[in-house]
Design a protein around this ligand. Structure first.
Ligand code: CA
Length: 231
């Protein structure tokens, strides 16, 4: 089944939140609306979205700007693309938003078409798999919409973490990744885990890949690399 990209909408004005949610649902996203920073934090503890739409002016202790800064610092949310919604058009505020780690911003009032276009552009750049992109490294293929992995047209069966690990490696092929980099990028709470967790899952991934396991290179003393060619 096709997995729709999950978008967390943090917006305290119900009319705007609802308008965005209806349109996102209509365009193949799964929206989840929350009204303030605390409920956003709770939602993030349960599930990491593919993208966050974050209003600048929010009730409660933290502004959208402060939330963006916090989320960029936490390993669990550091990689999630953020698009800020702002009623202000002032240049310094836009720059502050981007400095805080937002990937883009859109000024209210905005057209839904523009919002969708900006969201897609950010996802294409930051999380192409969420849009159902196809990745290919050598004869290895990964389909972001069906979550299917194939090698020379044969479908491979991977566990959840092995799939995430392979997705990351296929998005950044031909590069050596250290164990700590892999923990940070692939595991939601990576900083809490030991580096040998990576070795365990690399071993499982190699087994699941069968013949394609030869594309997954161990770089002694450094880490791992996925390459279009076998060792
Ligand atoms: Ca607001």
């Amino acid at each position: 089944m096709k997995k729709l990209p999950l978008v967390l909408i943090v917006e305290d004005e119900p009319a705007i939140a609802e308008l965005i949610a209806i349109n996102l649902r209509h365009h193949g996203f799964t929206p989840l609306c929350v009204e303030d920073g605390d409920s956003a934090q709770q939602a993030l503890a349960e599930q990491i979205p593919d993208l966050i739409l974050l209003d600048w002016m929010l009730p409660g202790a933290a502004s959208g700007l402060q939330l963006a800064q916090q989320w960029r610092k936490q390993p669990r949310t550091a990689q999630v693309p953020i698009v800020m919604l702002t009623a202000r058009g002032d240049e310094p505020d836009k720059i502050a938003g981007l400095d805080a780690g937002a990937d883009d911003y859109i000024t209210k009032p905005f057209s839904i078409q523009e919002l969708l276009a900006r969201m897609r552009a950010v996802l294409r750049r930051r999380a192409p798999l969420a849009l159902g992109a196809q990745l290919q490294v050598g004869d290895l293929q990964l389909d972001g919409s069906s979550h299917q992995v194939r090698y020379q047209e044969q479908v491979l069966k991977l566990g959840r973490m092995e799939f995430k690990l392979l997705s990351f490696l296929m998005q950044h092929p031909e590069r050596v990744h250290s164990r700590s980099q892999l923990l940070r990028h692939v595991w939601p709470d990576g900083e809490m885990l030991e580096e040998r967790t990576v070795d365990v899952h690399i071993k499982r991934l190699r087994q699941a890949l069968g013949d394609a396991g030869a594309l997954l290179h161990t770089v002694r003393g450094v880490g791992y690399r996925l390459s279009a060619s076998a060792a």
